[in-house]
Design a protein around this ligand. Structure first.
Ligand SMILES: *Cc1c(COP(=O)(O)O)cnc(C)c1O
Length: 345
């Protein structure tokens, strides 16, 4: 079988959620947007719900509707994107809580679904989503009596604990929500690690659940094992792969493994990347192609049937370093061609 195996450890994922929930002085939600960061919301969300998560966040109303079908009635499902034109049916039928981002969204929601639940997203400085201080100042006397379920904002630099932006946004959010009765939420994974000042009544961890930085204590959640299709001897001076970018400098054993950029193994990481055969690192040689990668197994004592790209030795952040990106993008790029196996949950 040439299909690579992606194992997703739901027990580790739930343990990561519980660890972040225990660090929160507030209740912890779970962020499961983008198909639970690419790991499969249909498996991830029910496991988290069984472990006690009662609040979930997604990016789009469509994701919220899918999540409602998965979770059934009960858990609160918040939508970061708010109430967009055409969303009213989804929001009503799936009992979603749109985080209203502007006066326009507020009017749209009040008109289409009067009395329906909603939350409010404030912009405390990131300039991405949410009402600006002046807009909120004008709206709050109208909005607060309607009983928002949650008032939230998002930190731009929470993965850098010493960044002055954190305290600045905390101050802005505290000012904007002074005297508010509704529960408040500011912290994602990074914000939880900044400490209790940032926790308010609800925290919103995402990446930490899935084993990524900045949650350094996260248990690894994903393992990716890739089968070796063929092994060959390559003499000094011979080349491997498209463009002849790698030339053997010694008599080499080169294995061709069954994964490539179509599986989310970014082509750009080629020259820095390696895989593991047991404990032995095997450098990638030549270009990453769509379905295949060459690796150097000369130093491996016993020729492997499969090699590990993600697992105990190398995390999503290791790969992110090779690709010049972040663990979030490695996770959400993981391909659809893998044999996905879930452990526990
Ligand atoms: C994605 C997201 C989160 C989760 O962030 P992590 O860094 O993955 O923990 C929380 N809040 C908002 C608004 C987000 O967009």
């Amino acid at each position: 079988m040439a299909q690579a195996r992606l194992s997703i450890d739901l027990d580790a994922l739930c343990a990561n959620w519980q660890a972040l929930a225990a660090q929160s002085t507030a209740e912890a939600a779970a962020v499961v947007k983008a198909d639970a960061y690419g790991l499969g919301v249909d498996r991830v969300a029910p496991a988290l719900a069984r472990h006690g998560a009662r609040h979930f966040f997604v990016a789009l109303a469509e994701e919220g509707a899918q999540l409602r079908r998965i979770l059934g009635d009960g858990p609160e499902i918040h939508v970061f994107g708010g109430h967009m034109a055409g969303d009213a049916g989804l929001i009503r039928d799936a009992a979603l809580v749109p985080m209203l981002n502007s006066l326009d969204q507020m009017l749209r929601h009040a008109e289409a679904l009067p009395g329906a639940p909603f939350g409010i997203q404030l912009d405390s400085g990131m300039n991405r989503l949410g009402m600006e201080p002046a807009e909120w100042a004008a709206l709050r006397e109208v909005a607060l009596p309607l009983g928002p379920r949650l008032i939230m904002s998002h930190l731009a630099c929470a993965d850098e604990p010493r960044h002055p932006m954190n305290a600045q946004q905390l101050r802005a959010f505290a000012e904007m929500t002074q005297g508010v009765d509704a529960p408040r939420s500011l912290a994602a994974t990074g914000g939880i690690l900044l400490g209790p000042d940032y926790h308010f009544e609800l925290t919103r961890p995402g990446i930490g659940l899935y084993g990524g930085l900045p949650f350094v204590d996260a248990l690894p959640v994903v393992t990716l094992d890739i089968p070796v299709i063929q092994v060959r001897d390559v003499a000094p001076g011979e080349t491997v792969g498209y463009g002849n970018t790698w030339t053997a400098s010694r008599p080499s054993r080169i294995a061709t493994i069954s994964g490539g950029y179509a599986d989310g193994i970014h082509r750009i990481m080629g020259p820095q990347a390696s895989v593991r055969a047991g404990e032995t690192p095997c450098p990638v040689v030549g270009r990453v192609s769509m379905d295949l990668i060459g690796i150097d197994v000369t130093d491996v004592p016993e020729e492997p049937d499969t090699v590990e790209l993600l697992g105990l030795h190398q995390s999503v952040d290791t790969l992110a370093g090779w690709a010049g990106t972040i663990g979030y993008e490695i996770l959400t790029s993981l391909g659809r061609r893998y044999d996905r196996q879930y452990i526990g949950g």
